[in-house]
Structures are given as C-alpha cells and as structure tokens.
Design a protein around this ligand. Structure first.
Ligand code: HEM
Length: 216
C-alpha cells in the first residue's frame, strides 16, 4: 500500500498551515465578539446578554460591520485551508483514523490527568475528534451565516435549515461549540507550551511513517 504523503524532513506545521491558523484565530475572535454585539440587539435566550466588555462594536450596526468584514477573511482563509489540507493529504493524515478504543482510553487517561505530550507530532484521538468537530462547526457557521445574511435570495437554503429562526439558533449553537472548543484548546496549548511554540516555528521535522511505526 503506498504511504500517505508525509515528506521526510517536512515540519509538523508547514508555513501555510501556521499562517492560516493564526489568521483564523484572529478572525474567529473578531467574528465571536462582533457576533455577541449583534446578538445583544435581538436576543435568542430571553434575559441572556453579553457584557459590553466582550462585545466588538459600540452598537449593533458597528458589530455588523466587523462581522461582515471578518466573514470574507474567515471564508477565504478557511477554504484555502480545506483545499490545501485535502489536496496535500495532510488533513487525512493528521486527523484520521479515529479509533473508538483509543478515544475511550484517551478520555479515561485525561480524567486521571494523564495527558501524553512527549511526542507532539501525533494528535491523540480526542484532539483529532475536536479538530474535526471545530472544522465542521466553522463550515456550518459559514452556511448558516449565509442563510441569515441573504434569507430572500437563499430562501431554499433557509428552508433546508428549517426556517430563518432555526438557522439563527443553529448559527448561535455553532458559536457556542467554537467557544467551548477554544476554551479547551487554548488551555491545552498553555499547559503544553511546546505545542504553542510549534504552531509558531513549525515544530519538529517529521520522520518517515515507517520510522514512526505507521507502516502498514
Ligand atoms: C489564541 C487562540 C489559539 C491558540 C493559542 C491556538 C493554539 C494552537 C496550537 C498550539 C495548535 C497545535 C496543537 C498541537 O500541535 O498539538 C493548534 C492547532 C489547531 N488549532 Fe488552534 N489555537 C487558537 C485558535 C484556534 C481557533 C480559533 C481555531 C478554530 C476555530 C483553531 C483550530 C485549530 C486546528 C483545527 C488545529 C489543527 C491544525 C492542523 O494541524 O491542521 N485554533 N492551535
């Protein structure tokens, strides 16, 4: 069976991935905090508002401007990340397969505060699952966002999503998933700072798959 496309000597996080990751981090913060500003103008959960400290934009119209500006960067950057990851085989290679046994073992280990972090070149099953979930949440945010931005032109999409209000709730739920991911993701990056360094410098060079014990 031909080996997946790991070039020997390539860095853990190639430069394009690092650039796209940090653009995404900055743009996500803009999208989340400006989204909170828009939400506060017409809340979904009665009585639940975000403090002005966390909102980007003094009032809803300004938050909308930020949101509309950010969405282009988010969409274009996300599309390039997906095309790059899929065509190079990197996404498949880093995030699959996820074995249920490994998933359960990692969860049990984590609950016992046993977080394996010696070898940062291999994502554990929980990491892989979380990355896949957040990538899907990002795609879902763009789709539901398009539906609530242009509900008349995209009425078919709105109907598919269950109506305008449902699309809005799905958009809000997607934000909650991303914020939940971010809290865990940033906490883990701070707990294992060498992963943070690797996302800046590129990290260690990858060895061939056979040497990593991935030979099939
Ligand atoms: C300030 C905020 C952030 C920090 C400090 C941060 C940090 C990191 C670090 C250190 C890694 C490498 C993990 C490892 O090698 O084990 C990573 C990877 C990743 N992060 Fe973040 N991140 C941030 C924001 C985000 C956001 C907003 C998202 C998406 C919503 C995101 C999605 C991802 C994904 C999908 C990967 C895997 C990338 C790949 O290998 O292709 N990150 N992040």
């Amino acid at each position: 069976m031909p080996a997946l496309s790991v070039d020997v000597g390539r860095r853990l996080h190639p430069l394009p991935v690092r650039i796209m990751h940090w653009i995404n981090a900055a743009v996500m913060l803009v999208m989340i905090t400006s989204g909170w500003g828009i939400y506060d103008d017409d809340v979904i959960v009665r009585g639940f508002r975000f403090s002005s400290f966390w909102r980007l934009g003094d009032w809803a119209a300004w938050s909308l401007n930020w949101h509309f500006a950010g969405m282009w960067f988010l969409t274009v950057n996300g599309l390039i990340y997906l095309i790059y990851g899929l065509t190079s085989g990197r996404l498949h290679e880093r995030l699959l397969p996820i074995r249920p046994v490994e998933l359960v073992r990692t969860i049990v280990d984590t609950l016992h505060f046993k977080i394996a972090h010696e070898d940062i070149t291999v994502y554990n099953a929980v990491q892989k699952l979380l990355y896949i979930v957040v990538i899907l949440a990002g795609i879902s945010q763009v789709v539901t966002g398009l539906a609530i931005w242009k509900p008349v032109q995209l009425s078919g999409l709105v109907a598919l999503l269950g109506g305008f209000q449902t699309a809005r709730v799905l958009h809000f739920a997607g934000m909650a998933v991303i914020v939940g991911f971010l809290i865990v993701h940033v906490a883990l990056a701070l707990l294992v700072p060498k992963t943070l360094g690797a996302m800046v410098t590129g990290g260690p060079r990858l060895r061939g798959r056979a040497e990593e014990g991935h030979a099939t």
